[in-house]
Design a binder for this molecule. Structure first.
Ligand code: NAD
Ligand code: MG
Length: 392
């Protein structure tokens, strides 16, 4: 029996996680669930999963939810705010944290769980992009486990041999191929990118996801964040990773060995597969995902990424090569830019402009504590907001 906290329980990853848990109730005890704005959904989840705690990111709705739960005879205690998220992520009762909050907001709770030696199932890639070195050092120091939910990294994890503390050379690995669909605008004439709407950007051809990651997929910033994520998770240098555009999202990533063998992980594009892999690991558990049908599957296509169409991808690779504050700055700028694009305040192509500008201002100094990471994040956000004001 694993005792588990799921932060970001009302989002797309949260929902898929709870669906896998629903199919494997005997294995999991839900300790805490968190939500940002969707109070009604959190109420329904408490009714179904009976967690000890429910956490709302915004404290003003805590009393209302607590009253409703009491009236319904549900024992769950409601907490609010960032400290409560940290508390339920790192509580002594908890074995496993599912880190499924979107963006920098998920960093403190994820880091706190790592520092308590938890098994952390990481969906919240932004947290690792911001704090890569600190987070991976803390994993080692506190004997924590960081298992990747992100489908590409989960695929790589599945294609790697087990062998902790052995280098890539010793394991005979030549390179890793990170696949990405290219999103909804892979074929759109370049001059039309200026005019695309948030609805079009969020209409991903293969995956159903939250809005922020959907826009990131359309700019391929998502693949950029994943490039950085892969460097930290698997201790890779940027030269060891190739990005391969694969529009069908059937192969979720690959590992090539020095003998020429390439191992790939395949499956239907459904996040319940990597989530179930992490939840059950090292066992395999039911996920509800249908078999891959090789008789009806579309042709699998592969191509090189187009950096002119997807400049954010280039910036992310530069950011991890530069290190210092660059990855934090790029991530912060991108969060502000995507939020503004979704709110209709800027054009799609402005996202890359804001990201490039803020990253160009980043200091070379590597943050050495979580506070320094959060400080670099705040400064980059302020720069992005200023730049935005000039754009509009
Ligand atoms: P989502 O928008 O559907 O859900 C986000 C969750 O975070 C919600 O539960 C929301 O309540 C919570 N949240 C948002 N802002 C918050 C804040 N300020 N404080 C506390 N909680 C907050 O997003 P998603 O698609 O589920 O993505 C979650 C994370 O998983 C992201 O980092 C994303 O990159 C990553 N991821 C998602 C997918 C996918 O298929 N959806 C795949 C791989 C990785
Ligand atoms: Mg991914």
């Amino acid at each position: 029996m694993q005792t588990i906290s799921i932060l970001g329980a009302t989002g797309s990853i949260g929902e898929s996680t709870l669906d896998v848990i629903r199919r494997n109730r005997e294995r999991f005890e839900v300790f805490a669930l968190s939500a940002h704005r969707r109070v009604e959904k959190l109420f329904e989840l408490c009714r179904e999963f009976d967690p000890q705690y429910a956490v709302l990111a915004t404290p003003d709705e805590v009393a209302g939810l607590q009253q409703r739960l009491n009236d319904a005879g549900i024992r769950t205690e409601v907490l609010g705010g960032d400290q409560a998220l940290i508390g339920v992520a790192s509580a002594s009762e908890v074995d496993t944290l599912v880190a499924a909050i979107v963006g920098a907001a998920g960093l403190p709770s994820t880091y706190a769980a790592v520092c308590k030696g938890k098994r952390v199932l990481l969906a919240n890639k932004e947290a690792l992009v911001m704090s890569g070195k600190l987070m991976t050092q803390a994993v080692k120091r506190h004997n924590a486990e960081l298992l990747p939910i992100d489908s590409e990294h989960n695929a790589i994890f599945q294609c790697l041999p087990s062998g902790k503390n052995r280098s890539f050379q010793e394991l005979g690995i030549r390179k890793v191929m990170l696949t990405g669909s290219g999103g909804p605008f892979r074929d759109l004439p370049l001059h039309q990118l200026d005019g695309v709407t948030p609805e079009q950007a969020c209409d991903h051809p293969n995956w159903s996801m939250g809005k922020k990651i959907s826009v990131d997929s359309a700019t391929m910033m998502n693949k950029g964040l994943e490039f950085i994520e892969a460097c930290w998770l698997f201790d890779l240098s940027p030269q060891n990773i190739d990005i391969v555009v694969h529009p069908q999202s059937i192969i979720h990533s690959m590992v090539e060995y020095v003998d020429g063998s390439v191992l790939a992980q395949l499956g239907n594009p459904d996040m319940r597969t990597p989530i179930a892999h992490c939840l059950g690991w090292p066992d395999r558990i039911e996920s509800g995902v249908a078999s891959l049908d090789f008789y009806t599957m579309a042709d699998l296509k592969f191509e090189a990424p187009d950096f002119e169409r997807f400049p954010c991808l280039k910036y992310a690779i530069q950011a991890i090569e530069t290190k210092g504050e660059a990855p934090v700055a790029l991530n912060a700028a991108n969060e502000i830019a995507v939020e503004s694009f979704l709110a209709g305040r800027i054009r799609f192509t402005d996202i890359a402009k804001i990201n490039a500008y803020v990253m160009s201002q980043a200091s070379n100094r590597e943050p050495v504590s979580l506070d320094e990471v959060l400080d670099a994040d705040s400064r980059a956000r302020a720069l992005a907001v200023n730049y935005l004001a000039q754009l509009s």
